[in-house]
Design a protein around this ligand. Structure first.
Ligand SMILES: Nc1ncnc2c1ncn2[C@@H]1O[C@H](COP(=O)(O)OP(=O)(O)OP(=O)(O)O)[C@@H](O)[C@H]1O
Ligand SMILES: [Mg+2]
Length: 113
C-alpha cells in the first residue's frame, strides 16, 4: 500500500479528478494548501495571488492505493496537472503501513477501496 500525495495547481483539480476517475481511482482527500517550490513563488505570481509569507495557493490530494494502482494514479495526476510550466506541482509516494475502515474494522488492502 502507498500513500500518494500530490500538490497541484488549483485550476487543474477538475482535470486531475477526471483522469483519476478514468483509471478507477475515486477515493481521495482534497485540501487547499499554501506552498512554494524552488522558485519560491516568485515566477508564478502571474498565475495566482501570493498569500502570507509569499506562499501560493495550491491543492493537495491524498490518495491511498494498493500497489497495482500506484502507477496508474501517478500517470493520471501527471496527465491532468501538466502544462510544462514551472509550478505544475509534485507527487510524493510514501509507503503506507496500515489502513483501517472504521465502519467495518477491515484492515489493510481490503480497507483501502
Ligand atoms: N520538496 C518539497 N517539499 C514539500 N513540498 C514541495 C516540495 N517541492 C514542491 N512542493 C510543493 O509543491 C508545490 C508545487 O511545486 P513546484 O511544481 O513549483 O515544484 P518545483 O520543484 O519548483 O518544480 P518547477 O521548477 O517545475 O516549478 C509547491 O508550492 C509546494 O507546495
Ligand atoms: Mg516551482
Amino acid at each position: 500500500m502507498k500513500l500518494i500525495i500530490a500538490i497541484i495547481q488549483t485550476h487543474k483539480l477538475e482535470f486531475v479528478k477526471r483522469e483519476l476517475e478514468a483509471v478507477d481511482v475515486n477515493l481521495m482527500t482534497v485540501t487547499n494548501v499554501l506552498g512554494q517550490g524552488r522558485q519560491k513563488g516568485v515566477t508564478e505570481i502571474y498565475r495566482g495571488a501570493k498569500e502570507a509569507g509569499g506562499l501560493l495557493n495550491k491543492v493537495r490530494l491524498d490518495i491511498a492505493v494498493n500497489e497495482d494502482f500506484v502507477e496508474p494514479t501517478i500517470k493520471a495526476i501527471t496527465k491532468g496537472a501538466h502544462t510544462g510550466n514551472v509550478g505544475d506541482g509534485k507527487i510524493f509516494i510514501v509507503d503506507l503501513l496500515e489502513c483501517v475502515r472504521i465502519s467495518s474494522a477491515e484492515r489493510g488492502s481490503v480497507a483501502i477501496g
